[in-house]
Design a protein around this ligand. Structure first.
Ligand code: SIN
Length: 305
């Protein structure tokens, strides 16, 4: 059987299949669907310093092969995460990567410092890319701001760091480069694409927030292209997330250059998918003649013309 373990600089995972922040709650509600201990990692909903109720409803709308959300970082806040959810998560027998978002650099640093003191977390994912709150997207659209947050967090927190990047930029490789140079152990590519949905008969937007973030199979080809571009240019491990719906999607991302993947929107319509993919990955790697995940990462061959 191929070895599924992956190492992304300081981040060690038993296998490359994680579940994405915002699509898996705090994991309790998914326990009946997925053997949680088998997951490569769990990334719970983004934590902010204080509880947030998020944006006005409607906050989700289905689109062609996709989902638009404008949740707005609805979450219980940092105190409740530590007091109510962390022990449960750490008892699941898999890597738990906390995901945080701050309105400014100081908020990121204060949260990172506190979570860094909690024993047992496998890493920290920095959400510098939420399209649904003002301030959230700003860090991830600017290489200097990205570097400043990542560097600052590295100084105050010893956990392996993952920067979650926004695709809503002209050149994602420049942002990935900045994150890597500032000390990110890995980058997550990518958060959702800004979009909107309209009820033309009412002449109204469907989402209460007017605009939201698009995810699901509709975005996969675009994220795949971004993963490939970053992998060619930036020496940083990539965690790919965007529209994974089956084992072929996982393998496509690995071949394009990702070292691991996150399952996101599919958790809403096929909550058992992540577990099924881990079962299927052994066989897929074996059929490609690979003895471990590393052997397939970045093996895309471009035909010479
Ligand atoms: C949200 O809560 O608005 C979605 C999370 C994100 O896009 O980062």
């Amino acid at each position: 059987m191929p070895d599924l373990a992956v190492t992304l600089n300081r981040l060690h995972l038993a296998n490359p299949v994680l579940v994405a922040s915002g699509t898996f709650g705090y994991a309790r509600e998914m326990a009946g669907f997925v053997p949680l201990a088998r997951l490569g990692g769990i990334i719970p909903k983004t934590i902010t310093p204080l509880p947030r109720i998020g944006n006005p409803p409607p906050r989700t709308v289905e689109t062609a092969s996709g989902l638009l959300n404008s949740i707005g970082l609805d979450n219980d806040g940092l105190d409740a995460f530590i007091e109510k959810h962390l022990d449960y998560l750490l008892g699941l027998g898999t890597a738990v990567i906390a995901n945080i978002a701050g309105h400014d650099r100081d908020e990121f640093l204060r949260m990172a410092e506190r979570l860094g003191r909690c024993q047992g977390l496998a890493g920290l994912e920095l959400n510098i890319s939420c399209p649904n709150v003002s301030g959230g997207v700003d860090f991830g659209v600017d290489p200097e701001m990205t570097a400043s947050v990542v560097r600052g967090v590295r100084e105050v927190c010893g956990l392996p760091l993952v920067a979650k990047l926004t695709p809503n930029v002209t050149d994602i490789t420049a942002i990935a480069q900045a994150a890597a140079q500032a000390g990110a152990d890995a980058v997550t590519i990518a958060n959702t694409f800004q979009g909107m949905s309209i009820d033309w008969r009412q002449r109204r937007p469907i989402l209460g927030n007017v605009v939201g973030g698009l995810s699901g199979p509709a975005i996969k080809p675009i994220v795949l292209r971004m993963v490939w571009q970053v992998a060619r240019k930036v020496p940083v491990p990539i965690i790919a997330v965007g529209g994974i719906d089956g084992i072929d999607d996982v393998l496509e991302y690995l071949v394009a250059g990702a070292s691991a993947v996150q399952i996101g929107t599919a958790n809403f319509y096929n909550p058992s998918l992540a577990g099924m993919l881990i079962d299927q990955l052994d066989q897929a790697l074996a059929s490609a003649g690979c003895q471990n995940v590393r052997e397939i990462v970045g093996t895309l061959q471009i035909p010479q013309r």
